[in-house]
Write a protein of this length. Structure first.
Lengths: 485, 414
């Protein structure tokens, strides 16, 4: 018996592939993580098959790497120790949409575009993160704690995951929330009032394979209005950003620099399907990033099913008061306004930035607003030292829960065919990450090299995490080599 | 059918708690039923929006608390005997609708409707209303008014006023006076001013006189649906029989009943006449040039939005337009206005059963009004006028409470 024939017996030959050409695409992504091919790829069709494969892997001590859409960009699904790559993209059903209580049940293969298209038919909206690829798995995105673009709003910024169903590394089926008591999913609180879901977030498939997830959605805004306030520098924008959050203006709110806003507005570029992306030189992009304001504070006020105009009018008035107090003018650009409005619903336009050089290596972290100047100083110092053009740093900053914290994404671009440039950007990225962590930036998604940086600074925590992993996954079969496992 | 296309399957006065199951379970405990939204907050002192929660400081008094109370009753988690305080939680609500305004806007739920349906259930099951309300209901049943006054006294306000009685001569426009203004002689001035302004503007106005009966608003808000529906049916017959093309009302409770609540009763005919609140009608007459203000009067005033006129019926601008049209009147706004306005404390039966609480709520509003530098609070609601007026008296404040028509009549007088 071989690995292939065993798995074919479980899943059927049509759902198993060991064709080197086919498995090559699972070996690498556009990140700095060392490529490695899996030995075999399987395509389970249902949770029972997932369980059977995991049971088999346990019997044979074979690594299993869960994979949903491959659009992670950070190497989370690269099989560091080979083994079985479990491609869950064919489990892509939206099992329930609950219009009254604003939640839906999805499988791992459901993509951002698929979900949003379906929800719109019900006048609902998915809470998608900024920069999600349209073909990326929504479930994975939520598990990886990508903050939703509406995170500024207090009530939507956190805990989008309600109940979950997963296959544990031992092959057992495990459900959290109300699901665990055998009733329909509908609340994160089950018979045991603990948000156990969190154990599996940012775990990169090392602690279980999520097969169903009940997630919160929100109503599709009946009306939306975008406001943009231009700034010449980031420190100038800080008081306004703080005031806007204090006044709770805008359902979505973010601060974006001219590199990223030009990428969104550039009509020469489209969102790539594969990554690293094909580089597309664009004069329009160059012209846009020169002409657009250095920084734009984008605020989207929206109104729900009832009294949408009133709500938007209140927010507009409050924003005008802030602008008047700080002697600011709003920026009028109907095209950009429309694009940002679309971005709040289908937030993948910003991914056009990959067309600049093909590869983007981001540093994403959370912090408080007052710490930003320290972090900005570090990044500028390193950018100068590595002779990386400052104008090529894309920055996107988003308040979380009305400014309690901020999520920042700083991008460094490189041409994936230019090895010296890759090396430079990698060194810059590594050193910047290390320095930012040292200074207190929160890296809550320990991908690739960040894992070592984070876990080496948290000895007791890491030790406990390893103990938990050993308890849950005694044979260490799930995605070994990632995180601290 | 999408989320937006859903139509209410039932009219409000036939709905039961079960019809709000999703809304009740959907309460996210976000607390916006208690607070002004950030974009409207001008100061911490006036950042709240629920008078009952502001006063009693525990959640069952808020919209959110009522949702959870409703859920517990709906699911049988507890019964009336388990929590006798529930009646108090329920009836301290002034039905100002601030919770519903914020909740509908942000979460698309109906805490006030749930509260009113709960009240109806309490009354039906004999648990509610408060003992103080029972006399009011009895009075409405026996005398067709909540003030225990004989029917013969209803038109005393009009003894020296030139206004038609529609039972004797038809009129195009019917003035539905309302019980409080008709029986409370401290409020007669409002009815007299109204008749005077309409007459001056050439409006063919009449009244029902002794035949007028309560619109049913007090009993509807308390939860006695049976009495309300019976009054509504009688009123519809009576009002349609007058042949009036327009009906004007001063009391926001009457206005809401006639313009909104009667339509929410199953299987009753519609009112034939078009319903106006007096402020809407005045604004129309000013626009048409039929009301002309001759006298300037230097007065700094602030407008208090009556909840049943503003949040319940959406009338915010017309009274302000009237005030702004009066020469010399300087309208200054309080922090909490329009759909974020602070209730006077007198609505929903709260003044009847919890006078102290109602007065404390009015005192808060007076403080807010004083901060504007206004000499007078102007409003257009008999209950706001009573409640704020009493609080002003107990505070020994120089500030006045005026009806919109008081300023209008002064400006019209030659």
């Amino acid at each position: 018996m071989t690995l292939t024939s065993d798995l074919e017996n479980i899943l059927g030959p049509e759902n198993v592939s060991s064709d080197p050409e086919k498995i090559k695409k699972y070996a690498a992504d556009q990140s700095f993580v060392q490529p490695r091919s899996p030995d075999i790829v399987v395509f389970p069709q249902n949770v029972e098959q997932v369980q059977e494969v995991v049971n088999y892997a346990n019997r044979t001590n074979t690594p299993v790497v869960p994979f949903s859409s491959g659009l992670n960009f950070h190497g989370a699904a690269i099989p560091r120790e080979g083994g079985i790559l479990m491609d869950l993209s064919q489990m892509n059903r939206i099992l329930e949409i609950n219009e009254d209580n604003w939640h839906c049940v999805i499988e791992p293969g459901v993509t951002a575009r698929q979900l949003q298209d379906e929800l719109e038919k019900h006048s609902l909206k998915a809470m998608l993160p900024a920069g999600i690829h349209p073909e990326r798995s929504v479930m994975t995105s939520l598990l990886e704690r990508d903050p939703a673009i509406a995170s500024a709003s207090f009530e939507f910024g956190n805990e989008l995951i309600m109940d979950t169903e997963l296959v544990l590394p031992t092959g057992e089926l495990f459900r959290t929330g109300l699901w665990s008591s055998g009733v329909k999913p509908g609340s994160p609180m089950g018979p045991v009032r603990a948000m156990l879901n969190r154990l599996w977030t940012a775990a990169q498939g090392t602690l279980g394979i999520m097969t169903k997830m009940n997630i919160k959605v929100e109503y599709l805004p009946r009306k939306r209005k975008i406001f943009m306030i231009p700034f010449d520098s980031f420190p100038e924008a800080m008081p306004t950003l703080r005031a806007v959050q204090r006044k709770e203006i805008g359902h979505e709110c973010f601060l974006i620099n001219n590199f990223n806003s030009a990428a969104i507005a550039c009509r020469d570029w489209t969102v790539a399907d594969t990554f690293p992306a094909e580089k597309i030189p664009s004069k329009e992009f160059e012209s846009l990033r020169t002409s657009l304001p250095e920084w734009l504070l984008v605020v989207c006020a929206n109104g729900g099913p009832r009294r949408p105009e009133g709500k938007i009018a209140y927010e507009e008035k409050a924003l005008q008061e802030i602008c008047a107090a700080e002697q600011l003018q709003t920026y009028d650009n109907p095209l950009l306004s429309e694009l940002f409005s679309e971005e709040t619903l289908r937030p993948w336009g910003i991914l056009k930035k990959f067309r600049y050089k093909g590869s983007v290596h981001d540093i994403s972290f959370k912090t408080t607003l007052k710490r930003f100047p320290d972090f900005q100083r570090i990044v500028m110092e390193l950018v100068n030292r590595y002779h990386y053009p400052l104008r090529d740093v894309g920055i996107f900053i988003m308040p979380l829960e009305r400014g309690r914290a901020y999520h920042c994404i700083a991008d460094f671009h490189c041409n994936h065919n230019n090895l010296p440039e890759i090396a430079d950007v990698k060194n810059l990225w590594l050193e910047a990450s290390e320095r930012l962590i040292d200074e207190g930036a929160l890296f809550d998604r320990p991908y690739g090299a960040w894992a070592d940086m984070v876990y080496s600074r948290a000895g007791t925590y890491t030790q406990k995490l390893k103990e938990i992993k050993k308890e849950i996954d005694p044979n260490n079969i799930l995605n070994p080599g990632h995180l601290c496992f | 059918m999408t989320y937006y296309e859903k139509k209410p399957e039932k009219k409000f006065f036939e709905k039961e708690l079960e019809d709000y199951r999703d809304s009740i379970w959907g309460c996210a405990r976000c607390n916006w039923c208690q607070n002004q939204w950030g974009w409207n907050v001008k100061s911490a002192e006036y950042s709240e929006i629920c008078p009952a929660f502001h006063e009693f400081r525990i959640f069952p008094y808020s919209g959110m608390g009522k949702m959870h109370m409703a859920r517990a009753l709906l699911e049988g988690d507890y019964d009336y005997e388990d929590a006798p305080e529930m009646v108090k939680f329920l009836y301290t609500c002034t039905t100002c609708g601030a919770c519903e305004m914020n909740c509908q806007r942000m979460q698309d739920k109906e805490p006030l409707q749930v509260n009113e349906v709960l009240r109806a259930q309490f009354v039906r099951d004999g648990v509610g209303p408060m003992p103080e309300h029972r006399g009011l209901i009895k009075s409405v049943k026996n005398y067709d008014n909540p003030w225990m006054q004989p029917r013969t006294q209803r038109d005393r306000w009009a003894r020296k006023v030139d206004i038609k009685d529609v039972s004797k001569a038809p009129a195009e426009t019917l003035f539905f006076v309302g019980c409080t203004v008709a029986f409370d002689n401290t409020q007669w001035h409002v009815a007299q001013n109204t008749a005077r302004i309409m007459k001056d503007a050439g409006v063919d106005i009449g009244m029902l006189g002794k035949k007028e009966i309560c619109c049913g608003s007090p009993v509807a808000r308390i939860g006695d649906r049976e009495t309300f529906i019976s009054l509504a049916k009688r009123n519809i017959d009576l009002l349609n029989s007058t042949g009036a093309k327009e009906i004007i009302t001063f009391c926001p409770g009457c206005y809401r009943s006639l313009s909104m609540d009667y339509r929410e009763i199953p299987d009753v005919p519609e009112l034939n006449a078009k319903i106006y609140h007096t402020s809407q009608y005045y604004e129309k007459l000013i626009r048409e040039g039929k009301i002309k203000f001759k006298n300037g009067q230097k007065k700094r005033v602030t407008w208090h939005d009556p909840c049943h006129l503003g949040r319940h019926c959406g009338i915010y601008e017309e009274p302000r337009d009237v005030l702004n049209a009066i020469p010399g009147v300087d309208l200054v706004e309080m922090e909490r206005i329009k759909d974020q306005g602070w209730c006077c404390g007198g609505g929903g039966g709260a003044r009847t059963a919890f006078m102290d609480f109602a007065q404390k709520t009015a005192v808060k509003r007076i403080g807010e009004a004083k901060k504007t530098g206004a000499e007078a609070i102007v409003t257009s609601c008999p209950f706001c006028e009573q409640n704020i007026g009493d609080a002003l008296t107990s505070l020994d404040e120089e500030m006045e409470i005026l009806d919109l028509t008081d300023l209008m009549v002064k400006a019209i007088d030659k």
